[in-house]
Design a binder for this molecule. Structure first.
Ligand SMILES: [Zn+2]
Length: 174
């Protein structure tokens, strides 16, 4: 089932999410809903707080080519255990900040540990777009958005545009 995506600014996007205990069918359904919501958007990553659930859960799939096999990843309690010294700059966007893009500098590669959909612990090194995406999504679990890496002027400008967008959406629904 598709879930509505929260748009910045929203207090739920600024919260530090709680670690998850044992996996349940309910959590697996939540992960599947998040993947469906992400693919539909379309996006390459989604974090639980973006649909208003304050759990440490992210999903992503950075496979882009139409002829390539999708690689949906579900990560419960994802954690960055090592980061490269080499940095990389990517133009980032966010499903909670639609139509806004900005360059963000992050480590070029990261080792991530997480619990997968079957409850198994996984560790993998990500680089390139995958590394940027997983860092962006884990930031969401700590209440951090990509615009928090920008200067205050730029951040305020984007936030004001989002406030306007939300007013227009509210009006359209009324
Ligand atoms: Zn995002």
């Amino acid at each position: 089932m598709k879930r509505p995506i929260l748009i910045h600014p929203d207090p739920r996007l600024k919260k530090v999410c709680a670690p998850l205990g044992d996996l349940s069918d309910e959590l697996r359904v939540l992960a599947d809903d998040m993947l469906e919501t992400m693919y539909d958007a379309p996006g390459i990553g989604l974090a639980a707080p973006q649909i208003g659930v304050l759990d440490r859960l992210i999903v992503m799939d950075c496979v882009k080519g139409e002829n390539e096999t999708p690689r949906p990843l579900v990560m419960f309690n994802p954690e960055i255990v090592a980061s490269s010294d080499v940095m990389n700059v990517y133009e980032e966007g966010c499903l909670s900040i639609p139509e806004e893009y900005a360059e963000v500098k992050r480590p070029e590669a990261v080792d991530v540990r997480w619990i997968d959909r079957d409850g198994n612990e996984q560790t993998e090194t990500f680089d390139g777009l995958w590394a940027t995406c997983v860092q962006h999504e884990i930031d969401h679990l700590n209440g951090k958005l990509f615009i928090d890496y920008l200067g205050p002027m730029k951040r305020q400008m984007i936030t004001r545009r989002m406030q306007k967008l939300k007013r227009e959406q509210a009006k359209a629904r009324a």
